[in-house]
Write a new protein. Structure first.
Length: 317
């Protein structure tokens, strides 16, 4: 299998349209197996233990089997990175036609956060809002900030807040008037099955690549028995299409999913259209890859990374 992965490997450097997680070029590795294309795209700083889960997700896509799907399309949300001007907010939100919900990155500066939320509402007064802090606040900061945000925009505007604080302990201490979603608390856990989320989060975010694939994500969802939101790890269309399949395979899906982040890339390997705020399950056939080929030394780096991660993946399976 490793030979097949390396023989079909394409290492791409996809330019982003905005600075997202300080990333302006998204490097992804794609490979092909009997079931289709798979993606391996852990962020560059991740070590092999973490990267091996991402490889497992790609292997599942290229060599595995699809679970039974419950639906053939899903609702998506807009994703708004930490941009500050009204013009930038409107430019980005216009990429998600028909989206009724926007996820807004906040947490660095409350004044800027309040303005960013206001800009989104100016763009579309009917938008529901979810916030994502990526664990950046203390418990007190979270409670004070949310009090101010809710006072200004009203409670009904907000769907939930994602990881207002970093740790499980802090999530349990926290007392907020809006539901709390857990992301890093599961995604970064050594064993996502052994984290006791009782009293910590109301909603669980699942990301198919970091969690090791569709089957493992479904097992995590079943284990925790919480409402699920499927979200992306800024993958190319190949990885995103697996996220859509995960969302389509969940027994229950009551929230829009954060799977429209391909819009944050200037170029993607395939088009996954958003129609009336929804995306369809589809097989992705990447094209135009020659235009985005990474430099030879980067290809060598990714090949070594795949070998290291494959060893870890194999030992676990
Ligand atoms: Mg998050």
């Amino acid at each position: 299998m490793l030979n097949e992965i390396l023989a079909t490997l394409q290492v791409l450097s996809l330019p982003t349209r905005t600075n997202f997680r300080s990333v302006t070029k998204r490097e992804v590795a794609l490979f092909k197996g009997p079931s289709g294309w798979g993606e391996f795209s852990p962020f560059l700083e991740y070590g092999k233990d973490e990267a091996a889960y991402w490889l497992g997700a790609g292997i599942e896509a290229a060599f595995g089997e699809l679970p039974k799907l419950q639906r053939d399309e899903i609702e998506i949300n807009a994703t708004l990175p930490a941009v500050d001007s009204q013009i930038d907010v409107e430019r980005i939100l216009s990429w998600y036609p028909g989206a009724k919900v926007v996820k807004i990155k906040v947490g660095d500066d409350l004044e800027a956060d309040l303005n960013r939320i206001q800009h989104a509402i100016n763009f579309n007064d009917n938008l529901k809002i979810r916030l994502d802090v990526n664990g950046g606040w203390s418990v007190k900061q979270a409670e004070d900030s949310i009090a101010q945000i809710v006072q200004r925009f009203g409670l009904e505007r907000f769907e939930y807040i994602e990881q207002p604080v970093a740790t499980l302990q802090e999530l349990k201490e926290l007392n907020l008037p809006i539901p709390v979603a857990g992301d890093e608390v599961i995604r970064k856990a050594k064993d996502p099955f052994s984290v006791d989320l009782q009293g910590a989060v109301d909603i669980l975010m699942l990301k198919v690549s970091p969690l090791g694939g569709i089957a493992r994500s479904l097992a995590i969802a079943k284990h925790h028995n919480l409402p699920i939101v499927v979200s992306s790890a800024l993958e190319s269309a190949v990885g995103i299409s697996q996220g859509i399949k995960l969302a389509a395979a969940l027994p229950q899906l009551n929230y829009a999913c954060g799977l429209a982040t391909g819009k944050l890339l200037s170029n993607d390997v395939a088009e996954l259209p958003i129609i009336a705020g929804r995306m369809k399950v589809s097989e992705v056939h990447p094209t135009g890859m020659l235009n985005f080929q990474a430099a030879p030394e980067r290809i060598t780096w990714w090949k070594n990374r795949i070998r290291d991660s494959f060893e870890v993946w194999q030992a676990r399976n």
